[in-house]
Design a protein around this ligand. Structure first.
Ligand code: UD1
Length: 356
């Protein structure tokens, strides 16, 4: 049996690693790894491969950045001959990035089976590019692996036959469980005991100068109470420079860093007093870690992190952020539990479905 994996952007890498590993135990499975090159900076890609023990890709499509249409189209054009040559029995796609939907489209048109890892998540907000990617990918997929019950319910509502859907749990948590002990051994002496960890990269938050300015002002306010550590996504760093917002950000209390490697970031998350983010995956990681998470979005495709976990949606309302932060600092934060099947074995369950 031949399985071809397609990954492209940072949040894909911690998801593919456990599946590659688990399938390795099935001797009759041959694996091919394709990197689309959607993310290409060493600190957005190579270092993740190293730390997660992912082998070098068999093929790198080197598509780089571009508008959504251009990036998606480039991936499709460059992937098609690879799939035709490789003749895989199934192509696995991960998450909700442009590489995911592009690969699903190519395979669906070639009549090659598609498996979607992290299927069924919905924010019900079609202004998010990822929501379009999720809807199209799930529609086209032949096998859908969901992380939690809400995923199954969404797919059922959309008329996806139940026999295609397998609730396997959260693969990203597999990587977390494996590397947390390593992450916790990394001591960062330069950090105080109490700090807030921040990430920010959603187009809705960073591409609009007024929205970005208001969020940065809120972070400056937060930094009066505790040190703010802010590894900055390339998109966000570019926008900060473009909108001329750099100068006011240079304080000892608000520390802008380059994007961090997986293990380093995990270590920082596990010890943070609070995480403030607009990421999807970080809402899940903080829920597993029991660390309070304040999410700078009006909605989430990961509602289980709110219903069971430590996540609170604060949207873009600075007052709400301040109020929730005050609760955290007073030790009155929401207590969460870990969702079912977020146990470090999702990759094995996927391998079992695929390879028996
Ligand atoms: C992508 C995903 C998003 C995911 C995020 C994680 C889509 C639609 N979005 O968003 O779901 O949460 O990755 O990081 O697929 N850039 C670099 N170096 C890189 C990569 C990007 O400088 O290695 C810059 C480029 O200027 C690029 C911009 O960042 O134009 C945005 O990159 P892109 O891949 O288009 O989207 P992300 O914002 O990273």
């Amino acid at each position: 049996m031949k399985v071809l994996h397609v990954v492209g952007a940072r949040p894909n890498f911690m998801k593919v690693a456990p599946v590659l590993n688990a399938l390795r135990a099935h001797r009759h499975v041959v694996q091919i790894l394709v990197h689309t090159g959607q993310h290409y900076d060493a600190n957005m890609s190579d270092v993740f491969f190293e730390q997660l023990g992912i082998p070098a890709p068999d093929v790198n499509l080197a598509v780089g950045s571009g508008s959504h249409a251009r990036q998606t189209a480039e991936i499709m054009m460059r992937l098609e001959p690879v799939v035709l040559d490789g003749k895989p029995d199934i192509v696995l796609v991960y998450g909700d990035v442009n590489s995911t939907v592009a690969a699903a489209l190519v395979c669906a048109k070639l009549g090659v089976r598609v498996g979607h890892v992290e299927a069924g998540l919905r924010s019900f907000d079609r202004t998010m590019p990822e929501e379009i990617n999720r809807l199209v990918t799930d529609r086209l997929a032949d096998v859908l692996f969901t992380p939690s019950e809400d995923g199954d319910i969404n797919l059922q509502r959309e008329g996806i036959p139940a026999e295609k859907v397998f609730r396997v749990g959260n693969v990203m948590i597999d990587s977390l469980v494996k590397l947390l002990p390593v992450a916790q051994r990394q001591i960062r002496n330069e950090l105080p005991e109490r700090y807030a960890l921040v990430t920010l990269h959603r187009p809705a938050n960073v591409d609009d100068s007024a929205a970005l300015k208001s969020i940065l002002q809120s972070l400056l306010d937060v930094s009066r109470d505790l040190v703010v550590v802010f590894p900055t996504h390339p998109r966000t760093r570019q926008r900060i420079a473009e909108f001329g917002l750099e100068l006011k950000l240079k304080t000892d209390q608000l520390r802008l860093l380059d994007p961090l490697p997986y293990v380093d970031f995990l270590g920082l998350q596990s010890r943070a007093r609070v995480v403030i983010t607009d990421s999807g995956g970080i809402q899940e990681e903080t829920t597993y870690l029991g660390v309070p998470c304040l999410t700078l979005r009006e909605n989430t495709e990961r509602p289980i992190t709110v219903s069971l976990g430590t996540n609170v949606l604060v949207g873009r309302d600075p007052k709400k952020l301040r109020a929730e932060l005050a609760l955290v600092l007073a030790g009155k934060q929401k207590k969460g539990t870990i969702p079912p099947l977020w146990d470090g074995h999702a990759g094995e369950r996927i391998a079992h479905v695929l390879a028996g």
